[in-house]
Design a protein. Structure first.
Length: 66
């Protein structure tokens, strides 16, 4: 299972036991969207080849508000 931890500057990721960081600018370039409008599902697609996308996608903007 992939773990994503969002903050204002990017996402900390744990994928198959490996921890790394996706910076905001890299996510914006990969999705061609502004960071607040990117969804958690879109970030998962950057990390995993065939992610299990269950539940409703949540925008970064909404995740950071909670």
């Amino acid at each position: 299972m992939t773990e994503l931890s969002f903050d204002e500057d990017g996402v900390d990721v744990v994928y198959q036991g490996t921890e790394f960081r996706l910076e905001k600018s890299l996510i914006e370039e990969a999705t061609e969207k502004s960071y607040p409008d990117v969804t958690d599902h879109e970030v998962l697609k950057i990390v995993e080849e065939s992610p299990d996308l269950t539940g409703e996608p949540r925008r970064v903007q909404d995740i950071l508000r909670t």
